[in-house]
Design a protein around this ligand. Structure first.
Ligand code: GMT
Length: 385
């Protein structure tokens, strides 16, 4: 099977899920073509089954905005034709599902077509997708997909609530490759904290939806009771809030380490004691699952799909979004009780194993096969009419 994956090249979220999925499919012998604006962050192009096609946007003095979606549709059309792809998989509705629909229309003009799978990831439904500027096109392109998948039950529910969807949505949860975590050596803990200090960690693209202010306030409360350090990994628009917080809390400056984007994320997660995820919205919370794979329990909000991943009192604790006091208290309780901490570390790993790639990859492959079979069947029926 030849699969075209359309995704953001980003360091987190849908880009990572698309890349890890594509690479695992390539390992199984499928030919996988990535179409994106830049080389996806974790993509290993040395695999002979992996192909990368960069979308180039031609600038022109007349264009106030660069027409990326047109260049994307043209590239999809070209790659499908050149490499005889069997199926397209759009990750994140905007602009990928819409651009794939346009490419399909171009193919139909040549008496060709290709089945399209759209995977909904989160803010394409819960935030930006609902904006009046995009809503109609998002709804239309989701409905035009041959198969729709969502990464959690919660996201499926939100999609059905916010849009008029006329097709079944199949939930295929995000996954984690535990073998990567089992292989890696723990890096030196003393680089970040002394033996008597606990390490709290937050990883995100630092957008408002992640509520970085809550991460900082939780740490401030915890630090009053438990000797600790906070590691923040990632970059984004809320960086300014962190600087502001440090200015207002100079005594915490030496206790907060900002690492930006790092390559050895797993190593750092492995030496952490608790992962903080107080998000406003989170369709799944892949970052929390990555932490669990590294045996790190999670203190989180109960937004969106997080409760499907982080189990109250088992793999960590959850509180209402914005309830900094409750999250701080849970954190203090966890970090002050070695028995509870080691129990939760064990449970966190067991939960990560439940979401292992080995369990989820066959579901994706079966979904592709079913989508292609139904598409071919429909073609035959139409030809008969
Ligand atoms: O919104 C983001 O944080 C990025 C977004 C994406 O699609 O790139 O992340 C979403 O997709 C991830 C992968 O499926 C999920 O784990 C995140 O929970 C989800 N983010 C939100 O819903 C805020």
């Amino acid at each position: 099977m030849k699969i075209g994956i359309l995704c953001y090249p980003t360091y987190g979220g849908s880009g990572i899920v698309a890349t890890e999925l594509g690479m695992s499919l390539a390992d199984k012998g499928f030919e996988v073509h990535f179409i994106s604006s830049a080389l996806p962050a974790r993509l290993d192009v040395t695999n002979p089954n992996i192909f990368f096609h960069k979308v180039n946007v031609q600038t022109y003095p007349l264009f106030q905005y660069q027409p990326y979606d047109i260049a994307l549709s043209s590239m999809i059309y070209r790659v499908v034709n050149l490499y005889k792809l069997d199926i397209l998989h759009a990750h994140y509705a905007i602009p990928y599902a819409y651009a794939a629909f346009t490419a399909k229309q171009m193919l139909k003009a040549d008496n060709k077509d290709i089945p399209l799978v759209t995977t909904l990831h989160g803010t394409d439904i819960t935030l930006v997708g609902q904006h009046p500027s995009y809503k109609h096109a998002v709804e239309f392109s989701i409905n035009q997909s041959d198969t729709i998948t969502s990464v959690s039950q919660s996201l499926k529910k939100d999609t059905l609530q916010f849009f008029n969807i006329q097709k079944e949505i199949q939930v295929i949860t995000n996954f984690i490759d535990n073998s990567v975590f089992d292989d890696c050596k723990t890096c030196q803990r003393e680089q970040f904290a002394s033996d008597d200090e606990k390490i709290l960690i937050h990883v995100s693209n630092l957008r408002p939806v992640k509520r970085i202010q809550d991460v900082l306030e939780i740490f401030k409360n915890v630090n009053k009771k438990v000797k600790s350090k906070l590691i923040i990994i990632g970059e984004g628009p809320e960086m300014e809030k962190i600087s502001e917080f440090m200015e207002n809390n100079p005594d915490l400056i030496g206790k907060i380490k900002l690492l930006g984007k790092v390559n050895n994320l797993y190593h750092i997660l492995q030496l952490s004691d608790v992962f903080l995820l107080p998000s406003e919205q989170e369709s799944f919370g892949l970052a929390a699952l990555e932490a669990m794979a590294a045996r790190t329990p999670v203190i989180s909000s109960n937004a969106g799909g997080i409760p499907e991943v982080n189990i109250q009192g088992e793999t960590g604790f959850l509180a209402e979004t914005g309830n900094v006091e409750a999250m701080s208290n849970y954190c203090i309780k966890l970090l002050s009780d070695e028995t509870l901490l080691s129990e939760m570390k064990k449970n966190a790993k067991a939960q990560a194993i439940h979401f292992d790639l080995k369990n989820i990859l066959p579901i994706y492959i079966e979904m592709y096969q079913n989508t292609i079979a139904k598409f071919e069947e429909a073609k035959l029926i139409n030809a008969g009419n």
